[in-house]
Design a protein around this ligand. Structure first.
Ligand code: FDA
Length: 588
């Protein structure tokens, strides 16, 4: 055994969760090592849907433009249902907020748009930034085990190039090691639900083919193709998923888990692809094959002592609703600032415990939502009155029957339309699930206001609020006459206090006192006429829910930690008490 390497935070896993956590720690000046068992980042495209909250995090990290440059924009996203790519089209849905009303709701909710960024472009972007910003990044390095004590964690790692084992001593250990997380297993996290549900697995066939002539006139990132046979997860639907418009694709097809993963020759794989394209006229090159299963499992708690798990390590679910990578990145955004404050000695263990209180309920929520979304696919078959295991002839007859002028055909068409519309739940319809997180923990100080609940269904509709525990609402302000989002005034690893002109001087004094007492930076941003930030459209006044002399204390992860409705003589003391409660330290 060689020397012990020392660091502050060891992150196991350099996927989306681990890399974002590492980058945020590096930005905060915290020493960290991030390891990846393999020689490369994700070889397959995997995740595509990158939602507004994730784009906001990339924006805070200064990476939004680079991510957009590599992504397919929202305008080219959408879903088509058909018998094959060159066969009969059954209908389309406005997925991923491409409907004008949904798009407006998205534009009101965030300065960022959802986009389609394949994970094999996302990962190199973020891991390169980790290296540039000072993280120690090691590939071909495997986590084997760890022990923790009162002061830190000692992990045993193996260099997979040489086989040599070595130890890392860190203050904290982060398990971002994916759906088969060994770290989560080693700290014995309790899980609900199960992995590999049912008897259906999914086969991804990556291929290159210029399909422009069949798709460019109806831009969509996913084509759901009703086919007999196993299809995706036994639903009888095969999928052609765009990776790059319109020549890089993934074909998703089902297989019976009990028979084991299929090993297909390129010709066999090409035959499946061509069946979904509906012609063998277009040349198809098979690039890769991989398999995955439908999981429905989440950790009831996500940490133990000095070890914290995140990402797929604590929530494992179907890709329906596109929440996996997004939630993983958001876990990292929640934990990293807390770790940074703890490492620097500005926060106690109580702040770190809020990671569990805040993110475990989110894991449960998104796993349930993803699974419920999967349940929206079978009704399409019911609408077509197709029996399980329908033959090609039955499928063709059912589809041909839709073109009949008979009254019962009209009823079938209505049922099919309703079934297709219902799938929107899993394809961007859950704007509320993506955006409405509300935290309850000691890092959120209640202001005594009653919980207003939600005016509209919180699964489907975003509802902004500044009540402590809610995400800071986005509105457009101006700076030097140029638009700037309210979110752009916050983040960058710091606490921010937003106030109006009437509260500016008093809050500057109060904040300086609190900053000095706890040794942490709190940036004050006054919004008002003649200030660096002006409420040009009057929207901040409408959403802030506090008076012009009031204040919002925003955490580094953009959640409102505390608010004051107006400035009173006790305001300074109240801010001091609030910060003490958030940091979980003794009296200042
Ligand atoms: P991830 O699995 O990505 O990374 C784990 C890391 O840990 C890797 O670097 C691995 O090498 C490393 N590791 C594992 N064990 C280790 C060990 N013992 N030692 C050292 N390193 C170790 N999500 C989404 O938001 N939108 C979407 O559209 C989709 N679509 C989608 C489609 C398909 C087909 C799949 C399979 C998945 C998706 N997802 C998705 C989900 C998304 O891919 C997934 O949620 C994220 O990759 C999770 O990121 P993590 O960083 O948590 O784990």
């Amino acid at each position: 055994m060689t020397n012990i390497v020392e660091t502050d935070v060891l992150i196991v896993g350099a996927g989306p969760a681990g890399a974002i956590c590492s980058m945020l720690l590096a930005d905060a000046g915290v020493r960290n090592i991030v390891i990846n068992k393999y020689a490369s980042t994700s070889p397959g495209p995997r995740s595509h849907i990158t939602n507004q909250r994730t784009m906001e995090i990339l924006r805070d990290l200064g990476l939004e433009d680079e991510a957009k440059a590599q992504a397919t924009p929202q305008e080219k996203m959408g879903h088509v249902f058909a018998t094959s790519l060159s066969g009969k089209e059954l209908g389309r849905i406005y997925s991923w907020a491409t409907h004008p009303l949904a798009k407006a709701a998205h534009q009101l909710a965030s300065p960022c748009s959802v986009c389609d960024l394949p994970q094999y472009y996302f990962e190199p972007l973020v891991i390169a930034q980790c290296m540039l910003r000072g993280s120690e990044v090691r590939f071909q390095t495997e986590y084997l085990s760890h022990e923790q004590d009162a002061e830190g964690v000692t992990a045993l790692l193996q260099d997979r190039l040489t086989g040599e084992e070595f130890r890392v001593r860190a203050r904290y250990l982060v398990g971002a090691d994916g759906a088969r997380s060994k770290v989560a297993q080693d700290i014995d996290l309790p899980f609900e639900g199960q992995m590999a549900l049912g008897d259906s697995g999914s086969l991804n066939i990556e291929f290159t083919a210029d399909l422009s002539e069949l798709v460019a006139h109806r831009p969509s990132d996913m084509f759901w193709l009703l086919q007999t046979g196993s299809g995706l997860n036994g639903t009888g639907v095969g999928v052609l998923r765009m990776v790059r418009p319109w020549n890089k694709w993934v074909c998703v097809w089902g297989y019976e888990l009990s028979k084991g993963p299929p090993v297909l020759s390129d010709d066999e794989a090409r035959a499946i692809v061509q069946r979904l394209i509906g012609t063998d006229r277009i040349p198809v090159t098979i690039d890769a094959q991989s398999t995955w299963t439908i999981n429905q499992q989440y950790a009831v708690r996500n940490s133990r002592g000095r070890v914290f798990c995140m990402g797929d390590g604590v929530h494992r679910h179907t890709p329906m609703a596109g929440l996996g990578l997004n939630t993983s990145v958001q876990d990292a955004y929640n934990l990293a600032w807390k770790l940074a404050l703890a490492v620097k000695g500005f926060a106690g263990p109580q702040l770190l415990e809020t990671y569990d209180a805040e993110r475990s309920p989110v894991a449960q929520q998104i796993v349930s939502h993803a699974f419920a979304s999967l349940g929206t696919l079978p009704p399409m078959f019911e609408a077509l009155e197709l029996p399980p295991g329908a033959t090609d002839e039955q499928m063709q007859a059912a589809v041909a029957g839709l073109e009949s002028a008979a009254l019962d055909a009209a009823a079938r068409r209505d049922r099919l339309r309703a079934a297709m519309d219902a799938t929107l739940m899993g394809f961007g319809g859950g704007h509320g699930v993506e955006m409405n997180q509300r935290y309850t923990s000691s890092a959120v100080v209640p202001d005594g206001s009653p919980d207003p609940g939600f005016e509209r269904d919180p699964v489907f509709f975003h509802q902004p609020s500044t009540r402590p525990g809610a995400h800071l609402p986005h509105v457009w302000l101006t700076t030097g006459q140029r638009p700037i989002s309210s979110l752009d005034l916050c983040g960058k690893g710091r606490f921010t206090l937003l106030t109006g002109l009437a509260g500016k001087l008093a809050w500057e004094v109060a904040t300086q006192r609190v900053s000095q007492a706890f040794g942490i930076e709190i940036v004050v941003r006054a919004i008002g006429p003649g200030q660096a930030y002006e409420d040009a459209w009057g929207d901040y006044r409408k959403v802030s829910e506090v008076d012009d002399s009031g204040a919002l204390l925003v955490r580094p992860d953009m959640f409102v930690a505390w608010r004051a409705h107006d400035h009173t003589s006790a305001a300074g003391d109240e801010l001091l008490d609030a910060m003490q409660a958030i940091l979980g330290t003794g009296s200042a």
